[in-house]
Design a protein around this ligand. Structure first.
Ligand SMILES: Nc1nc2c(ncn2[C@@H]2O[C@H](COP(=O)(O)OP(=O)(O)OP(=O)(O)O)[C@@H](O)[C@H]2O)c(=O)[nH]1
Ligand SMILES: [Mg+2]
Length: 288
């Protein structure tokens, strides 16, 4: 069974010779599928170079599209590997509301279910309810919350990291306040948190993960650009992917940055998180 995209594709490609008209129709179809325009142009060029003036059916085109997208995306399909460094430290960064705290909650649960000992440091001291929100998640996953009212985020990160170390935790995750990358003082604060824990351990933070809203479109591309100017981002988590948007922007990000995409999340429940799979993502994107 084809999804909508597959059906439309078979309407365009009827086994006739591929000409400019069919290519134009394909371009329009690809643009509606949430793939960024730069990538659409590349895909059209690829199909043109392989099939122009040749009899072409929907299956030929589908295979080229899948292959080309897979070439771009598959290098980003990497597992988040928890190394033996104790504690293995993960900091989550991103704009307001992208899903950092919720994702930390889900990961704490996931790691705890794998038998790991986990602490979470509530470094979003900016929003009063943020610690409360994290507390609920750590209670659900039976993991340890480290928080301190009215403390400054980097001081708390420092103390929290040390506490986690003395508990002999396997993993420590650091939640941070949402911030726009053009807010210089908040960006400076983020850099300070990172620098501070790096004073305790050379490898810390072991992972710096940018959490991106899957519905963010071009805006998410800009966020990656801006955050990575100041901070070395080692991975991406894509949230809210169960919605109508298919997060096609991630193809452009993969092409430009090659950053691992560790997880996607698709709901608000604790188990709504899965490892990123390039094949599944492409099938969903192309509605195949
Ligand atoms: N539908 C859906 N909602 C999600 C998902 N992940 C997070 N959310 C929701 O998105 C909203 C924001 O999530 P938070 O985890 O608070 O986001 P945040 O990045 O910590 O936000 P700030 O701390 O304010 O920057 C909440 O209502 C979450 O329940 C997801 O995968 N799917
Ligand atoms: Mg938060």
């Amino acid at each position: 069974m084809f999804g909508k995209f597959g059906q439309k594709l078979s309407n365009i490609f009827t086994g006739k010779k591929l000409d400019n008209n069919t290519l134009e129709e394909l371009e329009e179809l690809l643009i509606t599928s949430d793939i960024s325009y730069d990538i659409v142009c590349d895909l059209i060029e690829k199909i043109k170079s392989q099939r122009f003036n040749k009899e072409t059916n929907e299956k030929d085109v589908k295979n080229i599209l899948k292959d080309e997208l897979y070439k771009i995306l598959s290098p980003c399909e990497k597992k988040l590997e928890i190394k033996d460094t104790k504690p293995f430290s993960i900091i989550m960064i991103g704009v307001n509301g992208s899903g950092k705290t919720t994702t930390i909650g889900k990961l704490a649960y996931k790691f705890a279910s794998m038998g790991k000992q986990v602490s979470v440091i509530a470094c979003d001291t900016f929003r009063i309810s943020a610690t409360e929100q994290l507390k609920e998640w750590t209670e659900k996953s039976n993991t340890n919350l480290i928080s301190k009212d009215k403390s400054d985020p980097s001081g708390l990160a420092y103390d929290g990291y040390n506490q986690s170390k003395s508990r002999n935790d396997d993993i420590v995750m650091i939640d941070t306040a949402g911030r726009l990358s053009n807010n210089e003082s908040l960006m400076a604060e983020l850099k300070k948190i990172i620098k501070t824990i790096n004073k305790i351990s050379d490898t810390a933070p072991d992972e710096t993960i940018l959490v991106l809203d899957g519905n963010g479109g071009q805006n998410s591309i800009m966020q990656m650009e801006k955050f990575s100017k100041d901070i070395k981002i080692t991975g991406i988590i894509l949230t809210k992917t169960e919605g109508s948007s298919k997060s096609g922007f991630i193809i452009s990000l993969a092409k430009k940055y090659n950053t691992p995409i560790y997880f996607i999340t698709d709901g608000e429940k604790i188990s709504d998180i899965r490892e990123f799979n390039a094949n599944n993502f492409i099938n969903n994107l192309l509605e195949l």
